[in-house]
Structures are given as C-alpha cells and as structure tokens.
Design a protein around this ligand. Structure first.
Ligand SMILES: Cc1cc2nc3c(=O)[nH]c(=O)nc-3n(C[C@H](O)[C@H](O)[C@H](O)COP(=O)(O)OP(=O)(O)OC[C@H]3O[C@@H](n4cnc5c(N)ncnc54)[C@H](O)[C@@H]3O)c2cc1C
Length: 417
C-alpha cells in the first residue's frame, strides 16, 4: 500500500511542528508555503527597528528538513481547498492531493473594513513588512536631517503606532529607544528631543490579555521612556501623511498598524463556521466538523479551553497544536482513539525595551530586567538554528553595551530619492 499523504499548508510555528513530529513515520509529507522561509515573528519588530537582520530571524523551510527524507517542500500559495476531492490548488494551478490536510496559515492584520488604510499604515507580519517599516523610519530621519525649519521637519520626527497589544508595545518602546538614544547623535541638524512617539489604543489600557498590575507597569515604563500613550482613542481615519484621532490630527508619514487580527482568504473561503475575527471553529481534536482528516491549527483556529476562553494567537498555542496533530496522525497508523487537545499555558510575556519587560509565568508576575532576561533566553531558545541563536545573542550583547543598531540600511533606490 502506498504511504498516506499529509499536506501541511503553512511553515509557521504550527505547520513546522506537525512535520517535525512526523519524522521517521511512513507518511509522505508536503509542506506548502507562499514564503520559502520559516519566520520567527516575535522578533520581527527588531528587524523593523534595525536591531536585527532578516536572516537572523528567518530560516529556509527546506533547510530545516534536509535530513527528514519523508518531507517535501513546495513554494506556492494555496488558493483553494476541495474537502470532498481531497486536493489543494496552488495559485499557479497545480493540484496537490492529500489524505490528511493541516491548515496552519496563521492570521492577517484586521483593518476593520478600512482596507485603504493598509498602504499608509503597514502592519508587521512578514520580512517584507519589516523592511518597509525600517526604510520608512530611516528615510524619515534623512528627510528631517534635510529640512531646516523645525515646524516643517516635525512630521518626519513623529511616529504613531496603532494598537496597544504586545506588538504595538514592542514597536513603540523600540522606536522610543531609537529616537531618544545614541543613534540620533549621527544626525547633525536636529536634536533627539524633537522626536515624538505615540502609541494609540482604542481601549482603556494596553496589554489587555495581561493582569492589571503588569499592564499598568508597561504603561508607566513606556511613559518614562517618552512614549505618549493615548488610551480610549479610536482611529477615525488614516491618510497618506497623517492619522485622525478622536480629538486630534497627527501629521506624519510614520504610521504603523498593530491593531487586531483576521483570518486569511483561504480560511475565510473554507466554508466552515468562524468566530467574529475569522478563525475557524474546530472540534476538540482540532479537526473541522464532518472532516476528521482536515485540521486547522494555530492562529487560524478558534478553540476554547475548559473554562470557555478562546486560546490566544501566540506561538506556544500553535506549537502545541502542531505537536498534538503530529502525534494524533502517528497514532492514526495504529487506529488509537483521539484524545482532545489541551493547552498547557506556561505564561505570557511582552518586552518593552532594553532591560524592560513584563511576564506572567504561572501566576508569578515579573517586571523590569529579570522579566527581560527570561524573555531573551526563551526567544533565543525557540529560534530555529544554532547560527541564528548565536547571531541574535551576539547582536543583543552588542546592542546592550553600545545602544547601537547595526542594520540601518536604506536598500531601495526609490526610497532614497
Ligand atoms: C509582530 C508579531 C509579534 C509577535 N510576538 C509574539 C510573541 O512575542 N510571543 C508569542 O507567543 N507570539 C507572538 N506573535 C504571534 C505568533 O507569531 C503567532 O501566534 C504564530 O506565528 C502562529 O503560528 P501559525 O503557525 O499559526 O502561523 P504563522 O507562524 O503565521 O505561519 C503561517 C504560515 O502560513 C503561510 N501561509 C499563509 N497563507 C498561505 C497560503 N494561502 N498558502 C501557502 N502558505 C500560506 C505563511 O507564509 C506563514 O509562513 C507575534 C506575531 C507577530 C505578527
């Protein structure tokens, strides 16, 4: 009998863990991803703020499976899933059949119906996004350097981050460090005190999934770092060179979006029930109703814990679900009964800046340097590849000692003009 075919859409945290768990089995595995690399999204903001290079946080998916002969990698975007014919279709038209399918396509940013805001306020999801944001920041500083009048250069030295979740907090803290620290010494015609960083949040607090004390700590830390945090402030409009808030208009080309996520086109068109933000509602074994051979995992899935709370869109959920589905498929070869998926919450953390973070580890609430140290160790540990771990560790030590950001390159000619 030929080996059963497992097709995994998405080489992110979820998809990679399914494939790794199925090493040394009699499955033929195909991982399809529209990018050729696995991306460590939690450190994307460091690429966007010139602390790390793209290669430090991304690894070619193919190279991860060099030694796993039962894994094939296909570069391509899946545009359609036929549940009954058991086949997926790529954008180029290729058809790839499956016996088991794992959909691990992650999530996208939600602009709440205002798709035209996207071009003025990019989100941070891919390497391309991070490099665009990095260039925007660097180009803006160059324009400020060339603009003699203080009032005229103010927009170039103003930065707005929308969304007070972990990504927004990380971005705002990081930009504040760039703005207030040594990098500004390289510019001759403006002073670092001229820069303003805003973090805009529609709700009454930031880091809403965290306890009140940690979210207050993050707010105080950001304020001390010079970030102006605007709470209860929904965005009304985003234009080419500015953002309109409830009570004010901020003129700047530097607007970044980190507010809310939505499902991908593929999961939206799957014909399955989703929650309000487009995550596919899955059974307790992560399969979809009436299709025990099709699973949705990670950010793309909606799954409630025993208390009825939806699991958050974080890497540990995706990794544990990937391992769970991998083990479930291993057991399928021996026809074992399926046990429901259970998430083991080991804690949540968010970094705010150099030696500043908040962490909740099984009820223990940590702040400041110690929380930041744990954050750093965990992130280095989960990066794929010894070389990446070594390089990121080296960059961080360098940055910690010197405050310098090494990757301040404007690569695209059109941005320089
Ligand atoms: C900026 C940022 C910071 C974050 N920080 C943290 C953090 O500090 N801690 C934490 O735990 N989590 C963090 N997260 C969340 C975490 O990264 C996600 O929860 C995790 O990546 C989800 O894993 P996944 O496998 O479901 O999806 P992803 O890792 O997003 O992978 C999805 C993959 O699917 C591919 N794909 C999508 N659609 C298609 C298609 N149609 N065809 C082919 N391929 C497709 C994509 O290219 C991608 O490689 C952060 C996320 C972002 C964006």
């Amino acid at each position: 009998m030929p080996n059963k075919k497992v097709v995994i859409i998405g080489g992110g945290f979820g998809g990679m863990n399914v494939a790794k768990t199925l090493s040394n089995t009699n499955y033929d595995i195909t991982i399809i991803d529209k990018a050729n690399h696995h991306l460590f999204q939690p450190l994307l903001y460091q690429v966007a703020t010139a602390a790390l290079s793209p290669g430090d946080i991304a690894t070619p998916i193919r190279s991860v499976f060099t030694k796993q002969a039962n894994v094939k990698v296909v570069l391509g975007e899946v545009v359609e899933v036929s549940k009954t014919d058991q086949v997926v279709q790529l954008a180029e038209g290729d058809l790839i059949p499956f016996d088991y399918l794992v959909i691990a396509t992650g999530a996208e940013y939600n602009y709440f119906g205002n798709e035209d805001w996207k071009k003025h306020a990019p989100g941070l999801k891919s390497l391309d996004d991070a490099l665009k944001i990095r260039e925007r920041i660097l180009v803006s500083l160059e324009k400020a350097e060339k603009t003699p009048e203080l009032e005229d250069r103010k927009p170039y030295l103003t930065f707005v981050v929308i969304g007070g979740g972990p990504t927004g907090v990380e971005m705002a803290g990081s930009i504040a460090e760039i703005a207030k620290r040594n990098m500004m010494r390289d510019y001759r015609n403006f002073h670092r005190n001229e820069t303003t960083v805003y973090l805009v949040e529609a709700a009454g607090g930031i880091l809403n999934g965290f306890s009140e004390s940690l979210s207050d700590n993050a707010l105080d830390t950001l304020t001390e770092m010079g970030v102006r945090v605007l709470l209860n402030t929904p965005v009304e409009e985003i234009r080419d060179n500015g953002v309109k808030l409830k009570n004010q208009y901020i003129e700047t080309p530097n607007i970044m979006w980190a507010a809310g996520v939505a499902g991908t086109d593929l999961t939206n068109n799957l014909g399955e029930e989703t929650d309000r933000i487009g995550r596919v509602k899955v059974n307790e074994d992560l399969s979809i109703p009436d299709h025990p051979n099709i699973f949705v995992i990670g950010d793309a899935a909606y799954f409630e814990d025993e208390k009825g709370n939806p699991l958050p869109g974080v890497a540990p959920v995706a990794m544990q679900q990937g391992k769970y589905v991998g083990n479930l498929l291993k057991n399928a070869l021996s026809n074992s009964a399926r046990k429901p998926f259970k998430y083991l919450d080991k804690g949540t953390m968010a970094t705010i800046g150099r030696a500043k973070a908040v962490a909740d580890i099984r009820g223990f609430k940590l702040t400041g340097f110690f929380a930041w140290l744990i954050w750093g160790v965990i992130h280095i540990f989960f990066l794929i590849g010894f070389r990446n771990r070594f390089r990121v560790f080296g960059e961080w030590i360098w940055h910690y000692i010197t405050f310098k950001r090494g990757v301040r390159l404007i690569a695209h000619k059109e941005n320089r003009e």
